[in-house]
Design a binder for this molecule. Structure first.
Ligand SMILES: NC(=O)C1=CN([C@@H]2O[C@H](COP(=O)(O)OP(=O)(O)OC[C@H]3O[C@@H](n4cnc5c(N)ncnc54)[C@H](OP(=O)(O)O)[C@@H]3O)[C@@H](O)[C@H]2O)C=CC1
Ligand SMILES: O=C(O)CCC(=O)C(=O)O
Ligand SMILES: [Mg+2]
Length: 417
């Protein structure tokens, strides 16, 4: 029984087989969270574009039955003042297997903890998958933006991002600091009386399941390399562990062999016979390498916080977070979402680029096996950009562009299907 969610009549559930493949009916029910801030602008546009692509691709034989579920500010309006993430949202998203969400606000400093992180943790959506590619004509700060073609596998359930921390001078922080200094012999806390404390859990199991997905993706998609991005020189057991466990897994499960004595290693893609190189890069150096030598990187596997930074940095190289899509996935459940946040200054103005959420929906359609509709979204996005009728973020950097609204860009895409 659901309290405030209206289950659409006529739609059916997507189900998951034992091997994690999906059974997708012709009218699947897809839960969506509208999102805070610019969620009110981009989510309806995303739905309109997806509905048009599906109608065009399948001539009315297939149709998504959208089902709104609630989180964030809208949830507090529907369920009551303090209900930010109602249990029935989690239940429904788990039960219906494939969903999509707009961005959700997280206040800085105090207030609620991230609902985005909570959704990922509660549903154990341990892979944050963020492909970064260039669309011809998009204004970019790089001379050769097409050379940036990477797929980020960001660990999504642990690291300092898990949000285990205590405020400075709180009894909890004092207790942890006392334990660390008295029982663990820690002498390195510079100002113990006024330090906030955060905990960074990074596990072998969490690393292995993420790196396994990244390596398998490289195999399935004929990619030349997987790079483990970490700061293991400084954080030896957490980020260094990530690197070491990643390399060990590549050798143990994929038969990788050391290159020149290691630690880089390589294995043959069983489908193509080509080499897949497994390498690593320290995060600060990596951030300059992706600008200077992007063509040398393909699949990226990294920890949660690094993945957050790397996602926006790479998105900027190909035109910004206005067209940066993503997915949060477990072995069975997938929740698609844009890389960007709620951009509050533009909320409700029908202004921002809906491209990130539309391309997240494109990933969703492909995940469902609805490739014809997904292809239509890509081709109409390409044509819309080529026509130079684009939202402010591109228009301000593009010569000869006509600026259109958020919904206007959706309409340009639909015209181009
Ligand atoms: N997954 C999620 O739900 C996420 C939520 N957040 C949350 O969002 C809130 C705001 O975060 P903030 O740091 O401002 O980051 P945002 O990603 O919301 O916005 C930063 C800047 O990115 C550009 N931008 C964002 N969205 C778009 C878009 N659709 N089209 C074009 N440009 C866009 C704008 O740049 P310009 O000013 O140049 O126009 C904007 O000012 C925070 O509460 C944060 O926690 C953040 C990231 C992810
Ligand atoms: O949860 C948030 O508010 C921020 C999340 C974020 O920036 C991301 O996942 O990329
Ligand atoms: Mg982010």
């Amino acid at each position: 029984m659901v309290q405030h969610i209206q289950v659409p009549t006529g739609g059916q559930k997507i189900t998951v087989n034992a091997d994690f493949s999906l059974n997708v009916p012709d009218q699947p029910v897809i839960p969506f969270i509208e999102g805070d801030g610019t969620g009110v602008d981009i989510t309806p546009v995303m739905r309109k574009v997806v509905d048009a692509a599906v109608a065009k691709a399948y001539g009315g034989q297939r149709k998504i039955a959208w089902m709104e579920v609630f989180a964030g500010e809208k949830s507090t309006q529907v369920y009551g003042p303090d209900v930010w993430l109602p249990p029935e949202t989690l239940d429904v998203v788990r039960e219906y297997v494939v969903s999509i969400k707009g961005p959700l606000t997280t206040p800085v400093g105090g207030g609620i903890r991230s609902l985005n992180v909570a959704l990922r943790q509660e549903l154990d959506l341990y892979v944050c998958l963020r492909p970064v590619r260039y669309f011809n004509g998009v204004p970019s700060p790089l001379r050769e933006p097409h050379k940036t073609d990477m797929v980020i596998f960001r660990e999504n359930s642990e690291d300092i991002y898990a949000g285990i921390e205590w405020a400075a001078e709180s009894p909890e922080a004092k207790k942890v600091i006392e334990f660390l200094t008295r029982e663990m012999g820690v002498r390195k806390i510079r100002f113990p009386g006024t330090s906030a404390i955060g905990i960074k859990p990074v596990s072998r199991e969490g690393t292995e399941r993420l790196v396994r997905k990244a390596l398998q993706y490289a195999v399935d998609n004929d990619k030349p390399s997987v790079t483990l991005v970490h700061k293991g020189n400084i954080m030896k057991y957490t980020e260094g562990g990530f690197r070491d466990w990643g390399y060990a897994l590549a050798q143990r499960e994929f038969g990788a062999e050391l290159v020149d004595g290691g630690p880089w290693c390589k294995f043959k893609n069983p489908h193509t016979g080509k080499d897949i190189v497994v390498k690593d890069s320290i995060a600060d150096a990596f951030l300059q390498q992706i600008l200077l030598r992007p063509a040398e990187y393909s699949v990226i596997a990294t920890l949660n916080l690094n993945g957050d930074y790397v996602s926006d940095a790479l998105a900027a190289q190909v035109g910004g977070i206005g067209i940066a899509p993503g997915a949060n996935m477990s072995d069975s459940v997938a929740m698609f979402e844009a890389t960007h946040g709620t951009a509050p200054k533009y909320a409700g103005k029908d202004y921002v680029n809906p491209g990130s959420l539309i391309l997240s929906a494109e990933m969703m359609l492909r995940h469902m096996g609805w490739t014809e509709a997904a292809d239509l979204i890509i081709s109409s996005m390409e044509r819309a950009i080529a026509s130079k009728r684009v939202t402010y973020d591109f228009a301000r950097l593009m010569e000869g562009a006509t600026q259109v609204s958020c919904s206007g860009f959706g309409d340009v895409m639909i015209e181009n299907m």
